[in-house]
Design a protein around this ligand. Structure first.
Ligand code: GN1
Ligand code: MG
Length: 375
């Protein structure tokens, strides 16, 4: 979609605030984020085209954009240095190149209070769904490498969204939403609220293990969805992990679980027609497990490996709970495109969760096959 009028003017102003090359040419909406708005902007300079990604940060979700950008820049710098050290070429395709504003900031606040950031466009391909084993392996390899590359990261990062993957907190949010019933939707989804509470031990138990220090925290991506890895258009090899907004302390299990729930699901989270037939494709699961372990397995400790199966259940149940909560609250958090969109997403993830539970033994067998023996 190409914009005209007021939106174009706003984007153009944001463009002009950044210290980047070229004259503004056009802006197209891109990406499928549920939170931020993303635009691909082209600029011209003496016949040469420059391509940028501009994002309007949703400040009701990310209330402290300065902290968010602090994290992002630290992480990007760390990755760039590591890749350069290992002789990787074409660094601007392999790690985000973040630009500053003309006044030296990492984001620009426009007259309506919207925050904008800018990085170089990477010409590759992202996927919403995949069956190709090699590409699935590559996506998982990228997330495994991300974890492994962050092993020697020394800086402190801010917690951009508190309690982000805390299952107990997400359960309390659902409980609160059900009590308030602000949008009057509770009765239509009561059976799914009951479903979450019947399965609440899966939301709570990993959090217990984290709180008691059994499962360690490290720096993780925290939004390891299938569409947050850019693959090379021709070769399908992984180029770059994107969407670094929630990179902060977390469990590697969150990343593994998020990757599985988004990449091994037979049905897209966004599909209203088939959301009740969502299920875990064990073949896709195997490719992802293998890729993740090949790149990141060496840095995992035994307590992380022991909880992989539990994490796969947790993440599908947790995002199902978050979508259900938002639906009951009247769609105040995730962007929606139709009335029951959040309920569709909730149903999809809750059906996936049920399928993951049914295949638990199979999942365990595969985990044994691909993980290093415990240390
Ligand atoms: C949101 O906007 P997007 O797709 O990057 C959400 C994730 C969810 C995801 C569900 C900050 O991510 O936690 O897993 O939707 N991000 C935030 O598709 O809440
Ligand atoms: Mg995200």
């Amino acid at each position: 979609m190409i914009f005209g009028g007021k939106v174009k003017k706003t984007i153009r102003k944001a463009f002009e605030a950044f210290d980047i090359r070229g004259e503004f040419d056009c802006a197209k909406r891109c990406g499928n984020g549920n939170i931020n708005n993303t635009y691909h902007i082209t600029a011209r300079e003496e016949g040469v085209l420059h391509n940028y990604i501009f994002q309007r940060i949703n400040t009701s979700v990310f209330t402290e954009p300065d902290k968010l950008m602090h994290n992002l820049v630290r992480v990007v710098d760390h990755h760039r240095a590591a890749l350069a050290k290992s002789g990787v070429e074409d660094l601007d395709k392999r790690v985000l190149k973040v630009f500053k504003t003309r006044s030296g900031e990492h984001f620009y606040t426009d007259s309506s209070g919207n925050c904008w950031r800018c990085h170089l466009f990477i010409d590759g391909k992202t996927h919403e769904s995949l069956e190709d084993p090699e590409k699935l392996f590559n996506i998982a390899y990228a997330y495994g490498s991300f974890i492994s590359n962050m092993e020697d990261f020394q800086d402190e990062l801010h917690e951009t969204i508190p309690n982000f993957h805390d299952g107990k907190f997400r359960l309390r949010q659902l409980e609160q939403a059900a009590i308030e019933n602000r949008a009057g939707r509770l009765s239509s989804v009561q059976e799914w609220v009951d479903f979450v509470f019947e399965n609440s031990s899966d939301l709570v138990s990993l959090q217990d293990k984290i709180e008691t220090g059994i499962v360690p925290l490290r720096i993780t991506h925290n939004d390891a969805k299938i569409n947050n890895v850019i693959l090379d258009k021709e070769t399908g090899r992984p180029l770059c992990v994107i969407d670094l907004d929630t990179v902060m302390k977390g469990s590697v299990l969150f990343d593994f679980g998020d990757m599985i729930r988004s990449a091994a699901n037979t049905v897209s989270e966004e599909s209203p027609e088939q959301c009740c037939s969502a299920s875990l494709d064990i073949k896709r699961f195997e490719c992802l497990l293998e890729g993740f372990m090949q790149a990141g397995g060496d840095v995992l400790v035994s307590s992380e490996i022991e909880h992989i199966n539990q994490a796969v259940r947790l993440l599908s149940l947790m995002i199902g709970t978050r979508f259900l909560t938002d639906y009951i609250n009247g769609d105040v958090y995730f962007k929606i495109r139709w009335e029951d969109h959040n309920f569709t997403r909730a149903l999809n993830n809750l059906h996936l969760y049920a399928s993951i539970k049914r295949q638990s033994d199979h999942i365990d067998n595969l985990i044994r096959k691909y993980t290093p023996s415990c240390r």
